[in-house]
Design a protein around this ligand. Structure first.
Ligand code: NAD
Length: 291
C-alpha cells in the first residue's frame, strides 16, 4: 500500500505555525508582517495566484497589499515600485509575480529587490547563499518539497535523488538543497532535462524521484523503481472527455501508484506547500533573521 503524501494537511500545519508566530509578534506590540505583491499585466493564472497568496496572508495575520500595473508598464515603472518598497519599513516581503510582460527584463527586476525582502528567493544573493549553505531565502517550491520530506520522515541521507527539470525556480535550487550536507539532504543528486538521453535509465535508479517539467504523464511506471518516493511538482491543465478541464502532474499517478512507497497527488501535493512556504518566508523576513 503506497503512502499518499498529503500536501494540504502539511500546508495547514505550516499555516497554523506561522499564525501562532504572528500572534506572538503582535503580543510584543510589534506590527504585523507585511507582504507586497506586484502584478503586471492581466495573465489570468497570475491573477489567481496573486489572489490566493493574498488570501493566505489574511488567514495567518500577515498584511498583504496588491499593486497592479497594466500590460504596457515599462521596466522603469516596475523597478521604481520595487525601490519604493525596498525603502518602506512597513514592507517586510516583496513578491513580483512572474512571468512579466515581454518588454520587461525579468532578471533586472528580480535583482532590484532588496535581498532581505526577497521572499521568493530568486535574487542572486539568495541563490548564492543557498549554493554555499548560508542562511537566506529559499524559493518556496523547493523549500516546500524539502519540508514534505522532513515532515514525513522520508530518509534522504545517502539516497539517490533524481530531479527531472532544471529551472531556476524548482529544479536547480532543489538539487542544491538536497545535495548539501545538512538534513533533509545529504543525497546524491542527478538533474535531468530536455536534452537528457534515455531519461528512464536515470529515473529508474532513483530512491526519490522529483518531476518538475510541465508535461502530463511524462513519468510512467517504467520510469520508476519499485518502492521509490515520487514527488510530482508539475501542474498541467487538460481537457476531460466531458469537455471540462482538470489539473494533473507530470507523473501518471494511476500507473505508478502501486509501484511506489510514497507519492504526492496533483492537486493537493506540492502546490499547497509552495503557498504555505511563502507565508513562512514572509515571517522570516519580518523577523529579520537574515540581516
Ligand atoms: P520550466 O518550464 O521553467 O522548465 C521545465 C524543465 O523541464 C526544463 O528544465 C526542461 O529542460 C525540462 N524538460 C522539458 N521537457 C523535458 C523532457 N521531455 N524530459 C526531461 N526534462 C524535460 O519549469 P518550472 O517553472 O520549474 O515548472 C515545471 C512544472 O512545475 C510546471 O508544470 C509548473 O507549472 C510546475 N510548478 C509547480 C509549482 C507548484 O507549486 N506545484 C511551482 C512551480 C512550478
Amino acid at each position: 500500500m503506497s503512502l499518499l503524501i498529503d500536501g494540504k494537511k502539511l500546508a495547514a500545519e505550516v499555516r497554523s505555525e506561522v499564525k501562532y508566530e504572528v500572534e506572538v509578534i503582535l503580543k510584543q506590540g510589534k506590527p504585523a508582517p507585511g507582504l507586497n505583491l506586484l502584478l503586471v499585466g492581466s495573465d489570468p493564472a497570475s491573477e489567481i495566484y496573486v489572489r490566493y497568496k493574498s488570501k493566505d496572508c489574511e488567514q495567518v495575520g500577515i498584511v498583504s497589499t496588491i499593486v497592479r500595473l497594466p500590460d504596457t508598464a515599462s521596466e522603469e515603472e516596475v523597478v521604481a515600485i520595487v525601490n519604493l518598497w525596498n525603502e518602506d519599513r512597513k514592507v517586510d516581503g516583496i513578491l513580483v509575480q512572474l512571468p512579466l510582460p515581454k518588454q520587461i527584463n525579468e532578471q533586472r527586476v528580480l535583482q532590484s529587490i532588496n535581498p532581505l525582502k526577497d521572499v521568493d528567493g530568486f535574487h542572486p544573493v539568495n541563490v548564492g547563499k543557498l549554493v554555499i549553505g548560508l542562511p537566506g531565502f529559499v524559493p518556496c517550491t523547493p523549500a516546500g518539497v524539502v519540508e514534505m520530506l522532513r515532515r514525513y520522515d522520508i530518509p534522504t541521507s545517502g539516497k539517490h535523488v533524481v530531479i527531472v527539470g532544471r529551472s531556476n525556480i524548482v529544479g536547480k535550487p532543489l538539487a542544491m538543497l538536497l545535495a548539501q550536507k545538512k538534513l533533509p539532504g545529504n543525497s546524491t543528486v542527478a538533474i535531468c532535462h530536455s536534452a537528457t538521453e534515455d531519461l528512464e535509465s536515470y529515473t529508474k535508479r532513483a530512491d526519490i524521484l522529483i518531476a518538475a517539467v510541465g508535461s502530463r504523464h511524462l513519468i510512467t511506471s517504467k520510469h520508476v523503481k519499485t518502492g521509490a518516493v515520487v514527488i510530482d511538482v508539475g501542474i498541467n491543465r487538460y481537457e476531460k472527455p466531458d469537455g471540462t478541464f482538470g489539473l494533473t502532474g507530470d507523473v501518471d499517478f494511476e500507473d505508478v501508484y502501486e509501484k511506489v512507497s510514497a507519492i504526492t497527488p496533483v492537486p493537493g501535493g506540492v502546490g499547497p506547500m509552495t503557498r504555505a512556504l511563502l507565508l513562512k518566508n514572509t515571517l522570516l523576513a519580518a523577523s529579520g533573521v537574515f540581516t
